[in-house]
Design a protein around this ligand. Structure first.
Ligand code: FAD
Length: 416
């Protein structure tokens, strides 16, 4: 087993020698070679901007290359609904226009339970999802076994939504980077952004381990590392970290069509386009900044045990790989996206709470439009970085939410 994410390097990326003469100014400097950084760079370059991407490690090396690619519509927070709806369309367009597949498929999401009392909440969720125009239904024994033929007989029922998708995050991030490079974006990999320079309330440069990049516009999209660039500027980014561990099986025959999640315990997995299963068990564990992120044997054991309980036929499946990845969490479960209030030209996109891959296409499209001074396709006002300046207001929704309603937030506490 290895502790890192797989990395795909193709001929397009072999030549990465940084020539100091290259460090001339850019219209926008983006800190991050993750999916948010690469895709925002792509939009801006297509709009005619000169863009540099600064990445301290490698494209897709962190969350964007380590996730499970669930493009989840089910139990999505109301504030992210327009983003996920728009993203479903943009993911399909991206798949259709990619040089080779990024493995985007519509799979649906199936939430199942061993517990009758949890199942009683499924109908409430079905009604709530239908009321907002989504296809949803409660799935009983016969259909359940059609969708997941070898599922445990102890599972009582399921809650199915059908529009959710699945993406290979590693492939998608590299494809966004490849298209961005073609559009003229210059990538500086293995280069650390050390600080944002500003003068009289305006961004003047990004200072990196490879030199100074003069610019009037900088985007910090460095996930959990964003705070170390923003806090010295007096910008509050209350991000905490949680560690999640994934196990990968060998290629298997058909196990499940939809992305399968159990309400309690929170074991979940998808079957990738190539037939492997990506297994995980929530909730993710809190992690101090800088703490080791190693694969843990006791988690391998817990994930394996609960997987076998859910689908007993998987007892003989081989685990071929495991890795860990970080969720960057905010106090209200929402990402932090938008302009910094006191420094003109400084933009932030971070804190995607372990579910950012799904909404990336719409987030980056609207973020780029806002940076360009255009009206965004989807408003990002609810994600404003300035909301932490005052005490957080808890929004009360009129929608009837069941006991499982909070499971949309992947790091929510277990159901009691
Ligand atoms: C195990 C796991 C499972 C997940 N499953 C799902 C899922 O099923 N569905 C879903 O929607 N989302 C999922 N996510 C979340 C999703 O992967 C992230 O929300 C998404 O990838 C966010 O991407 P990003 O670009 O913000 O961050 P990242 O991919 O982490 O990119 C940030 C980049 O910034 C770079 N960086 C940091 N500091 C600096 C610096 N000073 N200078 C230069 N570069 C710097 C880092 O090296 C990194 O490459 C999962 C995440 C994990 C970890």
């Amino acid at each position: 087993m290895d502790g890192g994410a797989p990395s795909s390097v193709c001929a397009d990326w072999v030549n990465n020698i940084i020539n100091p003469a290259d460090l001339h100014s850019a219209d926008v400097v983006i800190v991050s070679g993750g999916i948010i950084g690469c895709w925002t760079a792509l939009h801006l370059a297509r709009a005619g901007k000169r863009v540099c991407v600064i990445e301290k490690a490698e494209i897709a090396h962190h969350g964007s290359g380590r996730n499970r690619g669930n493009v989840r519509v089910q139990l999505r927070e109301a504030v992210e609904r327009d983003l996920i709806n728009r993203s479903l369309k943009l993911w399909q367009n991206f798949e259709d226009g990619a040089r080779s597949t990024v493995e985007y498929r519509v799979t649906g999401n199936l939430l199942v339970s061993y517990d009758e009392t949890i199942v009683s909440g499924f109908q409430i969720e079905v009604d709530r999802h239908r009321a907002i125009g989504l296809e949803a239904r409660v799935v009983q024994a016969a259909e359940l076994r059609n969708l997941v033929p070898a599922i445990s007989r102890d599972i009582v029922a399921g809650f199915l939504t059908t529009q959710d998708g699945h993406i290979n995050g590693q492939l998608a991030t590299w494809e966004a980077a490849r298209q961005a490079k073609l559009a003229g974006v210059r990538f500086f990999r293995g280069t650390i952004a050390e600080r944002i320079e500003h003068d009289q309330g305006k961004v003047t440069a990004v200072i990196t381990s490879a030199g100074r990049f003069p610019t009037e516009c900088a985007l910090v999209a460095a996930a959990g590392d964003s705070a170390s660039l923003l806090e010295p500027l007096g910008i509050k980014t209350p991000i905490s970290l949680a560690l999640h561990q994934i196990l990968v099986t060998e290629k298997l025959p058909f196990i499940t069509g939809p992305y399968l999640r159990c309400a309690l315990p929170r074991i979940s997995f998808c079957q990738t386009a190539s037939g492997t299963l990506l297994l995980g068990l929530g909730p993710a564990s809190d992690l101090a900044l800088g703490a080791p992120q190693a694969v843990e044997a006791k988690k391998v054991e817990a994930i394996s045990r609960e997987t076998i309980r859910l689908v007993p036929a998987l007892a003989d499946a081989h685990i071929v790989r495991s890795w860990t990845g970080l969720f960057d969490l905010t106090p209200d479960g929402r990402a932090i996206i938008g302009p910094a209030e006191h420094i003109e030209g400084l933009w932030i996109a971070t804190g995607f709470n372990g579910h950012g891959m799904a909404i990336t296409p719409a987030v980056t499209e609207s973020l780029a439009q806002t940076i360009l001074g255009e009206t965004p396709q989807v408003s990002l006002a609810a994600f404003s970085p300035t909301r932490f300046e005052k005490p957080l207001e808890i929004e009360i929704s009129d929608e009837p939410v069941s006991r499982i309603g909070h499971l949309g937030n992947l790091v929510a506490p277990p159901i009691h």
